[in-house]
Design a binder for this molecule. Structure first.
Ligand SMILES: Cc1cc2nc3c(=O)[nH]c(=O)nc-3n(C[C@H](O)[C@H](O)[C@H](O)COP(=O)(O)O)c2cc1C
Length: 142
C-alpha cells in the first residue's frame, strides 16, 4: 500500500456546498481508482491522506497539485505502508462545527489506524492548532 500526505492552503474560504461538491467529485474519482483516505479542512488548511496503488495515488496528487482551489502545497509524507488505513470510505469528514480543535477531528478519524499513522496525523494537527492559538493570542492583545 502506498500513501501520500500533504498540506495546503485554500485560495479562498469555501462554503459548505463547495466543500461537499469537492468531496463528491473526489469520491467518484477515488472510488474508480481504488483510493481511500481522509481530507481535513479547517478553513485555513487542507490536510489530506491518500492511499492506494502508487501510480494512481501519484496521478491523483498530480491533478490535485494543479488545482487553483489551493496553494502552498507541501508533500509531508509518501511511501509504502503495511495496510490500508482508511478502508471504509473514500474521502470524507473534516472539521465539524462542534470540534474545538483540529486535533479533536483528527483523533476521531484515526481511531482504527496503525499507531504510527495516527501519531503522524495528530502531530500535524497539533502543529496547526498551535499556530491557530498563537494567532488568537496575538489578536487578543491588540
Ligand atoms: C484540497 C483538495 C483535495 C482534492 N482531493 C481530490 C481527491 O482526493 N481525488 C480527486 O480525484 N480529486 C481531488 N481534488 C480535485 C482535483 O484537484 C481535480 O479537480 C479533480 O481530480 C479533476 O478530476 P475530474 O476532472 O475527473 O473531476 C481535490 C482538490 C482539492 C482542492
Amino acid at each position: 500500500m502506498y500513501r501520500l500526505v500533504y498540506i495546503s492552503s485554500p485560495t479562498r474560504e469555501m462554503n459548505d456546498d463547495e466543500v461537499h461538491d469537492l468531496l463528491r467529485r473526489a469520491k467518484i474519482n477515488n472510488d474508480r481508482d481504488g483510493i481511500t483516505g481522509i481530507l481535513i479542512y479547517d478553513r485555513r488548511r487542507y490536510l489530506q491522506y491518500l492511499e492506494g496503488d502508487e501510480a494512481k495515488v501519484e496521478a491523483t496528487f498530480a491533478r490535485i497539485s494543479i488545482d487553483p482551489g489551493h496553494r502552498a502545497i507541501i508533500r509531508l509524507q509518501s511511501g509504502t505502508t503495511s495496510r490500508r488505513q482508511f478502508p471504509g470510505w473514500a474521502m470524507a469528514a473534516k472539521m465539524s462545527a462542534d470540534d474545538r480543535s483540529l486535533k479533536d477531528s483528527v483523533e476521531r478519524l484515526v481511531q482504527n489506524c496503525d499507531r504510527e499513522v495516527a501519531t503522524e496525523l495528530l502531530k500535524f494537527a497539533e502543529a496547526r492548532d498551535r499556530v491557530a492559538s498563537l494567532k488568537a493570542t496575538r489578536l487578543d492583545r491588540i
